[in-house]
Write a protein of this length. Structure first.
Length: 76
């Protein structure tokens, strides 16, 4: 689920106290963007972990040999 896009001309961030410097605003923006990237990355990475857990529950063991690495990738 993604956040709605801000309307044209409406600021995406609003500081309600103090008077932040441009550097402080840039730092807050960088932290929020990095956090947003981690959230999206975690959502994609979670599928692989669930897939491996499901394989273990079903008793599907990893088989060594040629092409074994292909069988370990998460299902799309």
């Amino acid at each position: 689920m993604s956040a709605p896009e801000p309307a044209e001309g409406v600021p995406a961030l609003r500081f309600v106290a103090g008077s932040p410097t441009p550097e402080e605003i840039a730092a807050v923006t960088a932290v929020l963007l990095a956090r947003h990237g981690q959230d999206e990355e975690g959502a994609r990475g979670g599928e692989g972990r669930r897939s491996q857990f499901r394989r273990m529950r079903l008793g599907l063991r990893l088989r060594p040999g040629g092409g074994a690495w292909r069988r370990t990738r998460p299902e799309d």
